[in-house]
Design a protein around this ligand. Structure first.
Ligand code: PLP
Length: 399
């Protein structure tokens, strides 16, 4: 037994993997295909302002996602910032405390104040009960987030927003390909913002898109993004530069071609992990909101120290030493992060579920570069560590 414990890299053994397994998707097209599309860009000597590849991409995205408008932007963060201005929001916007920092920062950049909301313990999604209790006359919108690519409770958020006469929009950065009921994420609320960052299933070497069915809102978004020639001017408070380049469009078109293969792999990877991890005491995979379907691009679970024997941070250290680049995700919550902890100290003790999940949640590698046997090896390591948890805990105390 102690033999096996000593073979852990953190306790002096060799790492299980001789290359570092990345945690994000990092899906790449073939070099020959990229080269071909780049020839076109160089031949045209045109790489910006809504070129032919961007136009083609926006058209394909809108059809794929089933929305009237898919407006490509520099990245999803810029998309969220532009969205807040285009929606003419005032005062405060409700946002979950358990999300990537860009969700709240986009609100601050637009001159608005985030109101931090807790999440549901079972699903990790924005707590609809807590949302309703936070609405007052200064709140002008709700931002839902589809965390882990799992859609949040779109039906309930829509009902609450309707009762109070305020809009809902979504940070759908992680949810390309996810759906709710019979509709893909992209078509819900006033608008949804999807990311094409390297760690996401669709990737354009930085990029994102803002999706909406509302023609007037789309015209404002286009004008604020500032794509000359891509629509008539409409009144807006100010423009920015959220333009999407032809280089990004070339990458995104190839990524879209690959999407169904990458999506299928994510599905297989996720279920392979789930089948193995669900049997280990103390590990828990978050539930889906009823009626939703996830793109399963994030392999995320909770580590309960009491059942598993080690806490999330100890397990993360052990796996890192094995060259498995897992990570504790979203820690601390936004309400306890810079600068929000100082700006809005009133939320400090108001988000107990977020605080708890920030100690427990971790993400494991998936995506193109992770094979089935990698997953089997990672899961059997996690199981072995659980079996020898008391001894490992003792040894870690002494290192
Ligand atoms: C990735 C991500 C973003 C930011 O997307 P970028 O395209 O990198 O700007 C925003 N919100 C969430 C929830 C994300 O996961």
């Amino acid at each position: 037994m102690s033999n096996e414990v000593s073979s852990l890299a953190l306790l002096g053994g060799e790492p299980a993997f001789d290359r570092v397994l990345p945690v994000g998707q990092l899906n790449w097209p073939e070099w020959q295909d990229i080269e071909k599309t780049f020839h076109g860009i160089f031949d045209r000597r045109y790489y910006t302002n809504h070129g032919p590849l961007t136009e083609q991409l926006e058209d394909r995205l809108a059809r794929h996602l089933g929305v009237r408008h898919a407006l490509c932007m520099t990245n999803a963060t810029i998309g969220l910032m532009i969205a807040a201005v285009a929606l003419s929001l005032k005062g405060k916007v409700i946002v979950p405390g358990f999300t990537f920092v860009a969700s709240a920062q986009s609100i601050s950049w637009a001159g608005l104040e985030p109101v931090f909301c807790d999440v549901d313990a079972a699903t990790h999604q924005i707590s609809v009960k807590h949302v309703e209790s936070l609405i007052d006359d200064d709140v002008s919108a709700i931002m839902g987030v589809h965390l882990w690519g799992n859609p949040c409770d779109i039906t309930s958020l829509g009902q609450i927003a309707g009762r109070h006469g305020i809009p809902v929009y979504y940070d759908a950065a992680q949810a390309f390909g996810s759906s709710f009921g019979d509709r893909l994420v992209a078509g819900f609320g006033e608008l949804e913002v999807i990311s094409f960052h390297a760690t996401k299933v669709m990737n354009s070497m930085e990029g994102g898109c803002v999706c909406t069915d509302d023609d007037e809102l789309a015209a404002r978004l286009r004008n604020i993004r500032s794509s000359y020639g891509s629509g008539p001017p409409v009144p807006i408070p100010f423009t920015g530069n959220g333009r999407f380049s032809e280089a990004q469009a070339a990458m995104a078109l190839l990524s879209l071609d690959q999407f169904s293969a990458n999506d299928k792999r994510n599905h297989q990877n996720w279920h392979r992990y789930k089948d193995r991890l669900a049997q280990i005491e103390g590990l828990r995979i978050p539930d889906l909101v009823a009626g939703s379907h996830s793109n399963e691009q994030y392999v995320v679970f909770e580590v309960d120290e009491n059942g598993y024997g080690l806490d999330r941070d100890q397990l993360t250290r052990i796996l890192h030493a094995e060259n498995i680049n897992c990570r504790g995700y979203f820690t601390p919550g936004l309400h306890r992060s810079y600068p929000y902890a100082d700006w809005y100290p009133q939320y400090r003790y108001e988000l107990p579920v977020t605080d708890d999940l920030c100690q427990k949640v971790m993400q494991l590698p998936s995506g193109q570069s992770i094979s089935c046997s990698d997953i089997d090896q990672i899961c059997s390591l996690i199981l072995q560590v659980h079996h020898h948890a008391p001894e490992i805990r003792r040894r870690l105390r002494n290192t």
